[in-house]
Design a protein around this ligand. Structure first.
Ligand code: CO
Length: 175
């Protein structure tokens, strides 16, 4: 089932999500629905709080290598933890399914991450990523701590976006 997205400026997106203590059928259904939603909305990642569930779970479509011949793989990550390394690099034109108007901005993020998480069966996942998939993982894990990429851009860009969004939402509500 494709789920409704929680969108900015909904204050729920600022909430910190709780660790998952036990895998339940309900959470497995949520994971399947989140995957379906990510694909339907053409996203590369989706975190549970974006569908109004405040648990530390996300779905991502990741390439293990920068080799574009190898198609990206979908992962469900439970209680993901990132260890950041490498240099600060610019994630080019980052966007988010929860940020309206298809707003995009560059964000400075670490170039290397080591991911530790569990899969849906509770098996440990331990993988390294660099470049684009590392940026995607940082973006999605931020959602679990109530952080949006908007919180990581300059104040002036943020203010400009907030102004445009306010007008856009007013027009939408008035229509
Ligand atoms: Co996002």
């Amino acid at each position: 089932m494709v789920l409704d997205l929680v969108t900015y400026p909904d204050p729920r997106l600022k909430q910190t999500s709780a660790p998952i203590e036990e895998m339940t059928d309900e959470l497995r259904t949520l994971a399947a629905d989140m995957k379906e939603t990510m694909v339907a909305k053409r996203g590369v990642g989706l975190a549970a709080p974006q569908v109004g569930r405040f648990v530390r779970m996300l779905v991502v479509s990741l390439s293990e290598t920068s080799d574009s011949e190898i198609p990206p793989q979908e992962y469900v990550l439970v209680n993901p933890v990132l260890t950041l390394g490498g240099e600060e690099k610019c994630s080019k034109a980052e966007g988010c399914l929860s940020v309206p108007m298809n707003f995009r901005a560059d964000v400075m993020r670490k170039d290397l991450v080591t991911l530790d998480a569990l899969d849906l069966e509770g098996r440990p996942i331990h993988m390294d990523f660099h470049g684009y998939p590392a940026f995607v993982l940082q973006h999605e894990c931020d959602h679990l701590d109530g952080v949006l990429f908007l919180d990581r851009i300059s104040r002036i860009r943020r203010t400009l976006y907030d102004g445009r969004l306010k007008k856009w939402l007013a027009r939408k509500d008035g229509a």
